[in-house]
Unconditional design. Sequence first.
Length: 88
Amino acid sequence: MGRGDLPDDQWAVLKPLLPVSVPGRPPLGRRKLIDGTRWRVRTGAPWRDLPSEYGPWQTVYGLFRYWRRDGTWPELLIRLQARANAAG
């Protein structure tokens, strides 16, 4: 795990909030894809410079782009904020 990757406790909170995988696609390590997206956003590096430990940059970028277009990223933020508000 890279130093900026999600720790297990944070992943346990995020995982149930993620959308269901697209049928017909092989299951990919979503945690690695999300960590790859977070790495790219944190560093500002080009997608093509994504470290190989996160998978092919095209796959990570594809998930990022798909979730941006279908509104998944803002929905995740809303759900995480609602969870935090409920916890006080």
